[in-house]
Design a protein around this ligand. Structure first.
Ligand code: PGA
Length: 252
């Protein structure tokens, strides 16, 4: 049985004061009780990881883990501006998002680099959250499944059995930050296709890997999405900035 996982991706948002308010509000909500068998994490920008790790520890917020939004494909060295996976581990991260479409589009990240980042994250003892997804044009021309399964195939070819220790996030690019959520059935169909693709490599890996949906997840659509058999939780951007909305999605 795969646990349901909800991960908040703050992107480039937050500040010292609002982060503190967010974590205290989420802590109060989680202390009132959360559904069992679920996992929750939040991914603040790099400079706030230490602050958020400290707050989570001080409040003894056992329910909430910390994650980061990216990691370098390299171990260490002359890579100005990059952050090594080992550093994120030291800061208390358990999850690292890799291959988010905003990084693929704005920083020209290709599948090979995404797989190299995932390997670094695994080697540092954390869980990569590998993002895949198609553009509106690719969907409208009937190529959505081919594109997404192609992205998965590249990850399989590099990561092999280690995929069992990764999470996958299906994030249709046309649904990210647009308010245009994929219908639960459209999302389920793609999650099923991803799982089928994984099963061609290894049935155990396919059964074990959690596949999260991302793209305009909100409190009012999370219940329907999470009820789908191949949707194992959500990667939540905009709605995760509001602690009450994040809590509502975690409880959906
Ligand atoms: P969104 O972003 O929830 O704001 O659509 C999701 C994501 O980019 O991970």
């Amino acid at each position: 049985m795969r646990p349901l996982i909800v991960i908040g991706n703050w992107k480039m948002n937050g500040n010292l004061a609002s982060n503190q308010d967010w974590i205290k509000t989420v802590a109060r909500g989680m202390e009132r009780g959360m559904p069992s068998g679920r996992k929750y994490a939040v991914c603040p920008p790099f400079p706030y990881l230490s602050q958020c790790a400290g707050l989570i520890k001080d409040i003894s917020l056992a329910f909430l883990s910390l994650g980061a939004q990216d990691a370098s494909a390299h171990i260490a060295g002359a890579y100005t501006g990059e952050v090594a996976a080992s550093m994120l581990k030291e800061m208390g991260c358990q999850y690292v998002i890799v291959g988010h479409s905003e990084r693929r589009q704005m920083h020209q990240e290709v599948d090979e680099a995404v797989a190299a980042k995932a390997l670094q994250v695994l080697d540092a003892g954390m869980t990569p959250v590998i993002c895949v997804g198609e553009t509106a044009d690719e969907r409208n021309s009937g190529r959505a499944e081919e594109v997404v399964c192609g992205q998965i195939a590249k990850q399989v070819s590099v990561l092999q059995d280690r995929l069992a220790d990764c999470l996958i996030a299906y994030e249709p690019i046309w649904a990210i930050g647009t308010g245009k959520v994929a219908s639960a059935q459209v999302a389920q169909d793609m999650h099923h296709a991803i799982r089928h693709q994984l099963a061609e490599f290894d049935e155990d890996v396919a059964a074990h890997v959690a596949i999260l949906y991302g793209g305009s997840v909100k409190p009012d659509n999370a219940v329907e999405l999470f009820a789908m058999p191949d949707i194992d939780g959500g990667l939540v951007g905009g709605a995760s900035l509001n602690p009450q909305d994040f809590l509502a999605i975690c409880q959906a």
